[in-house]
Each structure stands twice: as structure tokens, then as C-alpha cells.
Design a protein around this ligand. Sequence first.
Ligand code: AP5
Length: 215
Amino acid sequence: MSKILVIIGAPGAGKGTQARKLSEKYGYPQISTGDILRAMAEADTPQGRRLREIMTAGKLVGDDILADLIQARTSQGDCKTGYIFDGFPRTLNQAYTLDKLARRQRKQILLIRIVVNEDVLFKRLTGRWSCPKCGEIYNIYFRPAKREGLCDLDGEPLLQRNDDKPEAVTRRFEEYWATAAMIDYYKRSGRLIEVDGDSPVDVVFDKLCAVIDAQ
Ligand code: AP5
């Protein structure tokens, strides 16, 4: 049965970093709800402006928008044999939506939560810069670009996200702790697999691959 790999975890846990590597290894497309919403927020429309406001403040976007977004994205041809969710689901309602989607698409969900200590997370977020062209993620403390401020892969100037400012990061952590009900839902149904994310990127990646290959 084809799979939906679901990577969840606190802001900065390394979901995006790992989902990109998993996508390369397993050939499944990475679906980052954060990236899709950031692209939607750039539009100069009432919805774009509203999304910008919500996301810059570090709050969660409404479940109805997420339901439409993932339905549209996962109906595309590249998702037929499987895909990777990075940052979805985050609420109990979104978890129910995902279960329904998996049943409809006849896919098996494999959910992994990357767990990292909060002090480390703060440094990861406030030190993060990424390439607007290819999406490669860097960190001034843990994974600096070879030439300061420029992408190693294509030389594009790196950008910092609006919501990586300290006030927004604090708000994002608060929103994350509110996902406890969703995490509990997966725990109670015996579907929560946790991986320690407080090690170098390649070590975390090997742990994730071991879990995936064991299924
Ligand atoms: P989103 O873009 O998903 O942000 P997030 O969950 O806050 O997660 P991040 O992208 O900040 O972190 P990450 O875990 O991907 O870590 P990364 O790999 O980049 O969402 C943004 C916003 O969109 C939300 O606040 C919300 O408004 C909205 N949204 C999105 N999905 C939604 C949903 N389902 N429902 C409602 N609203 C939604 O790594 C971080 C840094 O750490 C990088 O610099 C990286 O280089 C470094 N790093 C990573 N791994 C390691 C490691 N092992 N060791 C050292 N450094 C590392």
C-alpha cells in the first residue's frame, strides 16, 4: 500500500530539513503546509493579507483553509504513490481530516514526531536562513553557508523568515503546545512514533530511515 509519511514536531524540530532529505531518498514529494501558506500569503488579496497577519504573529491558520489546501495538493499526479507531510496535521480536526483523506486515497499513514529540547529550538529558529530559490535551509549556529548569506547550491542571497523573530517564535511555541490533544490522539491509537531530533542532521535522518524501512 502506498504511504503518507507524516513528520510532526515543534517549530525548529527539523521537519523541513528532514522532509527534504526523505523526499530525495524515497522519491515522494514533500508537502510543507508552511511553504504553501507562505506562498499564498504573498498574494495581494484579502486572503493573502489575512494569512500574512496570522503567520507573522506566529498563530495557526484555520482548519478549513488547510483542508482545502491538502485536498488540492494531494490530488496532483506526483502524489499517487505516496507523499510526505511536513507540518500537517497540527490540530485534532486536521488529524481527522488526514484519516479521512488516507481512507479515500487508500494510503497508509506513518506518523513520526521529531522531539527536541526547547532551548535548542529557539537557537535553531532565530539562526535559520533559507534560499528563496531552491529552499535549502541553513543555520548561522549549526549549519552555516560556505559563503556568508549566499546559498551553497545556487549562490542566491539567503532570506530570514518573518516569523523567526523572537516574539513570533515564542507565540509559535505556545501554539505548538496546544497541539497536545492531537498528539494524544495518535498516542492513544498506538500510531505515535517518536524520534530524538537533538543530534546532527544526518544522525536524525538515519533514525527516521530506520523507522520507515522497518514498516
Ligand atoms: P511551518 O513552516 O511549518 O513552521 P514550523 O512548524 O514553525 O516549523 P519550522 O519550519 O519553523 O521548523 P522545522 O521543524 O521545519 O525546522 P527546520 O528543518 O526548518 O509553519 C509556519 C506557519 O504556517 C505556522 O506558524 C502557521 O501559521 C502556518 N501553518 C503551517 N502549517 C499549518 C497547519 N497544519 N495548520 C495551521 N497553520 C499552519 O530547521 C530549523 C533550523 O534548525 C534550520 O536552521 C536548520 O538548519 C536547523 N536544524 C534542523 N535540524 C537540525 C539538527 N539536527 N541539528 C542542528 N540544526 C538543525
